[in-house]
Design a binder for this molecule. Sequence first.
Ligand code: GLN
Length: 195
Amino acid sequence: MCNMKIGVLALQGAFIEHIKMLQKLGTTAVPVRLPADIEGLDGLIIPGGESTTIGKLAVQYHLLEPLRQFALQNPVWGTCAGMILMAKDIGRDQPLLGVMDIVVERNAFGRQIDSFETGLDVPALANGSGPAAPFPAVFIRAPRLVAANGETEVLATLADGTAVAAQEGHWLVTSFHPELTDDDRFHRYFLSLVR
Ligand code: GLN
């Protein structure tokens, strides 16, 4: 996994955890705060946090358009708020990269269960030696996928059928937070897309 340089958007939210996980996997990981930080990256992670805040700051720092241009050419993974920023349609007006052909609903799990953890079946994480063990998925005021259109493929659903992870070519989105667990399989999966 050497020789790869992955940026993590570091305006707000859980970016340090992503950087640590990438470093643990032997990858060069850098925080992205300025347009110049995007140069030379092989891939980008947009972390969880508050999508409205991340979007506003990205506009303020003149990052939104450079991020969109980068995403059009390169692998990007959005976790939670990052998934919202990747979506073309979230049913409301706020700054987005808006590249991925998905419809996303913010804060989709209501008040009583606004945070929860569940073992998620993710066939894409299987490594050839039988089915993948359940992935410990941490949901924090999470969005859900309302629709995955065009070439987008749903990678995981909850028991009730709610879609919570998807991939469209080199773009990956998860409603949940793999960086807050010890399980590095989603990070490895993203790095395989970058490679
Ligand atoms: N609720 C947040 C939003 O709508 C996302 C939460 C998260 O990233 N953990 O932006």
